[in-house]
Design a binder for this molecule. Structure first.
Ligand SMILES: [Zn+2]
Length: 432
């Protein structure tokens, strides 16, 4: 017994040290233990620095964030000079930077940001290659962002031109014999996002409803087919895989696809939502770890990754949307559990980005805050932002594209800039 016990202990230690390698233990006092802003000792507590008596983020903290944004933008611009000139993607390339400047224009109304956005998106357009169709990694990203930037600049003819090119990509997306996957980074859901994005930014009728329906139908058919093949039509009527693996997370998996299908602007019929999407979401819910986290794929049973791309920080967005669509409190409960595990293990050693970094995990709190209006979540978002204010000082790994929107600095700046108006915050290339 002693032997098996020591073996078990060793196992525990091994997995714990592994865990430690992935995230920092959270040094911040939690909200429940924190001091409420209205109490007399508030001035001395970290909570007191963050919120004024009305529960709003204090001007002092907002100023700190604004100054850091300026500083990081300068570093980013310098660093981008040596970045891959041909990477046009939203994920790691120039479209991501154009999107960041669009965001800065939205929150500051400074027209120089819009001009910058145009400059960056222009460089992408000569590099498009027709190989991929998604917003994050394919041609749809640059084309959609170009259409939006030109629309904001009131260059309607140019905007139209890019829109037309965006819509030309639909053929390969809806063709039933195309090899295209369904997930967000490389698949149909990533094209669907591009269409919903231009409808949100330019106007609700910009992309014809019929086109959106065709893309949605292709996603549904693909999911039904795999579910049938895997004999899961009862338990999980919409099943998807990427590179032969049934991923769960937002980037490559079920959560990202269901999240897009539930968008009100995708106009998926309520019967389909109830009969196909909802049971599939419940199937994913049953894969939840005891910690509240989710596996990276259906066949994976190790509770390791707490990233937007794999784990609770991505799945939480699906749960929040499920709560809105199906009005069932169980989704909120699971989303709140995601919030707990992200708070515990969400300060990542991989860096400050949004795909698998601390800023992306901070967005989970902003989304929970938008849904619940609970101050606790705004507090947690601010604490993760505070962590990002010490950018580069924690000895994190440096990502391959250190200034990019999804891996690096641009993503952290995007997150910080969303603290100015937390109610309107929006995870780029994902939330709508
Ligand atoms: Zn990632």
């Amino acid at each position: 017994m002693g032997d098996s016990m020591s073996k078990r202990l060793k196992l525990v230690t091994a997995s714990e040290s592994e865990m430690e390698e992935r995230s920092f233990s959270n040094p911040f006092p939690d909200w429940d233990q924190g001091v409420l802003p209205s109490s007399p000792s508030a001035a001395n507590s970290s909570t007191g620095d963050l919120f004024d008596a009305d529960g709003k983020i204090t001007e002092a903290f907002q100023n700190k964030v604004q100054n850091k944004i300026k500083d990081l933008l300068q570093q980013m611009e310098e660093g981008l000079k040596t970045s891959d000139p041909h990477d046009f993607s939203t994920y790691t390339g120039w479209t991501g930077i154009a999107l960041l400047y669009l965001q800065l224009h939205r929150v500051t109304a400074d027209s120089s940001h819009l001009q910058r956005s145009l400059d960056y998106v222009k460089r992408t357009l000569r590099n498009l290659n027709g190989r991929k169709v998604t917003f994050l990694c394919g041609d749809a990203g640059p084309l959609a962002v170009a259409a939006v930037v030109h629309h904001r600049l009131k260059n309607q003819a140019d905007s139209k031109e890019f829109l037309t090119k965006l819509l030309q990509l639909q053929r390969s997306v809806i063709s039933p014999d195309s090899e295209i996957p369904d997930e967000l980074l490389y698949g149909r859901a990533g094209y669907l996002y591009a269409l919903l994005y231009v409808n949100k930014e330019i106007g609700p009728e910009t992309v014809d409803e019929k086109i959106i329906t065709n893309v949605v139908t292709a996603i549904l058919e693909s999911g039904k087919n795999l579910s049938r093949e895997e004999k899961k039509t009862e338990r999980c009527p919409l099943l998807y895989e990427w590179h032969k693996k049934q991923y769960v997370g937002a980037a490559h998996g079920l959560a990202g696809i269901y999240y897009m299908l539930m968008q009100p602007t995708a106009k998926v019929h309520s019967e389909i939502l109830t009969e196909l999407v909802r049971p599939s979401i419940d199937y994913v819910r049953h894969k939840k770890f005891r910690s509240g986290n989710y596996p990276s794929s259906l066949s994976n049973e190790t509770d390791r990754l707490v990233h937007w791309c794999h784990g609770a920080p991505g799945v939480v967005h699906m749960l929040i949307m499920a709560r809105k669509v199906f009005k069932d409190e169980k989704y909120l409960k699971d989303a709140a559990e995601c919030g707990e595990v992200i708070w515990q293990r969400g300060l990542l050693r991989k860096g400050y980005g949004i795909c698998h970094g601390t800023a992306g995990n901070g967005y989970a709190f902003l989304s929970l805050y938008k849904l619940t209006q609970e101050q606790k979540y705004l507090y947690r978002a601010c604490k993760f932002a505070e962590w990002c204010l010490d950018y580069g000082k924690h000895g994190c790994r440096i990502p391959d594209r250190p200034y990019s929107l999804f891996e690096g600095m641009a993503g952290a700046i995007h997150f910080l800039s969303d603290l100015a108006q937390p109610e309107d915050s929006c995870f780029p290339a994902f939330e709508l």
